[in-house]
Each structure stands twice: as structure tokens, then as C-alpha cells.
Write a protein that binds this ligand. Structure first.
Ligand SMILES: [Ca+2]
Length: 387
């Protein structure tokens, strides 16, 4: 108990210190004298499921010295569509319950700065929760970061993930061993505990939970866990916007499909078949999609990657600024392409990027792999990470 006393004293003193700090600011000018000349909203183009809340970051940047600070609490935002609102805590909330895709333009003002964000609300239902780490092991008094994503199934039966870390409720079956708060799992005494993240979605979905074991052992010096990915970041673009007469492209006039950012979401897999050429965000051809992130390699060995695409596709593994391992940047009907054999190390993350465009007619985009003990299959969600 002797060792605990100073901690208790500090805890007892903390509210006094905080109260004192707050009072010092009363009636005086804000201490923040920084003049920001750039304002950012991240993400600036976001795709969210209906009836959800998502955390948005609003930052001020002083371009002369690069100083960056959250200004979300001092920013006021308005929305072009009353079903979507962004509050002073950065909570982007939509109350939509209908069946159509909804768009909103959010306009935010901080002092003399103004910035906008484009929001697309997609009818989609929460299917499951996913933790970015499971089977956690750590020593007493250690902690690990974690995120919890929701998997949402849209009306076209495609699954995308949304970061819900800030909105889930944590519980532990033995909080003396381990407990979690926001994006951190911490350990106490040795033993094994199960921690659970819960979220209650609007009816008829109701309660969704996900759990992991946390093994706390004095023998563990560095925290470890099995990573689980929510998918790759999909950035959806339009082309032919500035010059509609430039589309459709011909084989000799292929241009830049990444002309205007339409929206971003985390796609659980690259597995899309849009027979009508209109994708599940309502984008009619002509659109480009760039999937980026990292891939986790479970086992050391030789891997081969495969794409099926209509139209153009390029794939990079590891060296995303170098030569693509698949390159079929042409107008074509559904075509499978494969990489050469690539030796990869188990337990490692590698950068991955897949560029794709749909020019007209049918549209398909798929990404598969095969490797040691892995038959040819779509790359599963749990191996794909958006950052
Ligand atoms: Ca096509």
C-alpha cells in the first residue's frame, strides 16, 4: 500500500489542479494566439452508413512553421442536407433511415478560414464488429493500442468498414487483469481476461459485440497480438468531369481516372461486380478507384497475386512507387491478370496499392492471392489494413 499512496494523493489533487487551471482562463483572453492560415477536414470526402456517427478531425495549420492543432471545438459547421450534421466535438452524425443514397456538403468556419467536406450517406446495415488485434499478450502494467471497426453491408451486398472506436462500449470479465478505454487496452495483474467491445445499432440490428482474450504474464516483456485488418482504403474518383466530351475513352485516349475525389471508405475486400457499370455509390461510369494500405503476410513463402478487371488495372506490392507487379491499363472486357511469384516474409506488413478504372459497359474489380497453404482466393479482409 505504501507505493500506492503518492498515486492516490495525485489523483485526489487532480480535480483541484484542473479546476484551478480552468478558473485561470475565466474572463481572460484565450491563450491560443496562433494564427492558422490553413484549415483541413479529414476525411474531406467520406462515405458513411446511414444512422451512424463518425469522428472527423478538423485541424488548423500554420504554414510558416507547420504547427498543427485541433480546432474542432472552435469551428462552426453547417450542412446542405439536414439529415447530416457535424458538431463541435467532430461527431459527424446522420439520422437517415431511408433507402436512397444521400449527399451533403458540410461547410465549416474557423475565424476567417472556411473549409468544406463532402459526405455520402449509403444505406447499409451493421453486420459485425472487428477488433484490429486479438489474442493479446502483455506484461503487467503494459498497454496496447486497438481499434474497433463496424462491418456494414450495403444494399448491393458489399461490405465496408467504419472506424467505431470512439463509439463502442468496453467491458471486461476481470478488470483487475485487463480493461480497455477508447483505443487502449491495458493490463493489471497476471492472468487471462476477456475484453469485449459492444455497440447497439438501431433496430432491427440491435446489439453487436466482439471479444478478445488478454493474457497478462510476467514473462511477456513486449506486448504482442495477432493483427486483424478491416480492409483497404478505397478512394473513389470521377473522370470526364471538366470535359464530358472526353469520355468514353478510346484505346488511344486513356486519360487520368483520378480527376475528382468522390468519396472514401474502407472496403473489406476488393470484390466488385457492377454489371450495369453503375457502382454501389451511385457513380455511373466513368469512375476510378484507388485502393491503398498494407497487407499482412501470415506465413513466409512465395505468393502470387491475381486481378480480375473490367476495365484497367494496376497492382503494386511492397514498392508502391516503383513498377507495378500487374499492369493492364487498357480498355478490356473481364480479364484475369497475375503477378510473378513474390517472396514475402510471414509476420510482416507490406505496402499495397491497386488502381482501377471503369470506362463504359460492364465493370469488375477483384483482388486475389495464393501462397503457402493458401489456395487461390480473394484476399480476406483480416489481412488488409487501410493505413
Ligand atoms: Ca467496362
Amino acid at each position: 500500500m505504501k507505493a500506492l499512496k503518492p498515486i492516490i494523493l495525485i489523483l485526489l489533487a487532480l480535480p483541484v489542479l484542473l479546476t484551478g487551471a480552468c478558473k485561470a482562463h475565466d474572463g481572460t483572453a484565450p491563450t491560443d494566439q496562433t494564427i492558422f492560415d490553413i484549415m483541413t477536414i479529414n476525411p474531406a470526402a467520406i462515405i458513411v452508413p446511414k444512422s451512424t456517427t463518425f469522428k472527423v478531425a478538423i485541424m488548423g495549420i500554420q504554414s510558416s512553421d507547420g504547427k498543427t492543432e485541433s480546432i474542432v471545438n472552435d469551428t462552426t459547421c453547417t450542412s446542405s442536407n439536414p439529415i447530416v450534421q457535424l458538431d463541435k466535438n467532430g461527431n459527424l452524425t446522420n439520422s437517415y433511415t431511408g433507402a436512397a443514397i444521400q449527399k451533403a456538403l458540410i461547410t465549416c468556419t474557423y475565424k476567417n478560414l472556411t473549409q468544406t467536406a463532402e459526405v455520402t450517406v449509403v444505406p447499409a446495415v451493421l453486420e459485425s464488429l472487428l477488433m484490429t488485434k486479438i489474442n493479446m499478450e502483455m506484461g503487467p502494467g503494459q498497454s496496447q493500442s486497438i481499434k474497433v471497426y463496424g462491418n456494414f453491408r450495403d444494399t448491393n451486398n458489399y461490405v465496408f468498414a467504419l472506424d467505431m472506436t470512439n463509439f463502442i462500449t468496453w467491458s471486461s470479465n476481470n478488470s483487475a487483469i485487463s480493461q480497455a478505454n477508447l483505443g487502449t487496452v491495458s493490463s493489471g495483474i497476471t492472468g487471462v481476461a476477456t475484453i469485449t467491445a459492444s455497440f447497439t445499432a438501431p433496430a432491427p440490428v440491435g446489439l453487436r459485440t466482439v471479444s478478445t482474450t488478454v493474457t497478462v504474464s510476467s514473462a511477456t516483456t513486449t506486448p504482442v497480438a495477432t493483427p486483424r485488418g478491416p480492409g483497404l482504403l478505397g478512394s473513389y474518383y470521377d473522370f470526364g468531369v471538366a470535359d464530358p466530351s472526353s469520355v468514353p475513352w478510346s484505346a488511344s485516349t486513356i486519360g487520368d481516372p483520378f480527376e475528382r475525389l468522390f468519396g472514401q471508405r474502407i472496403d473489406s475486400q476488393v470484390y466488385f461486380d457492377w454489371a450495369t457499370g453503375i457502382n454501389n455509390l451511385g457513380q455511373p461510369y466513368y469512375f476510378g478507384i484507388r485502393w491503398t494500405g498494407r497487407i499482412y503476410i501470415p506465413t513466409t513463402g512465395n505468393y502470387t497475386f491475381f486481378t480480375r478487371s473490367d476495365d484497367g488495372v494496376r497492382l503494386w506490392i511492397n514498392d508502391i512507387n516503383g513498377a507495378p507487379v500487374i499492369n493492364n491499363w487498357t480498355l478490356h472486357a473481364v480479364t484475369e491478370n497475375s503477378s510473378g511469384v513474390i517472396a514475402l516474409t510471414g509476420g510482416q506488413f507490406y505496402d499495397i496499392k491497386m488502381d482501377y478504372f471503369e470506362n463504359a459497359g460492364y465493370a469488375v474489380a477483384e483482388l486475389s492471392w495464393q501462397g503457402p497453404g493458401i489456395g487461390k482466393q480473394l484476399i480476406p479482409q483480416i489481412y488488409l489494413f487501410p493505413e
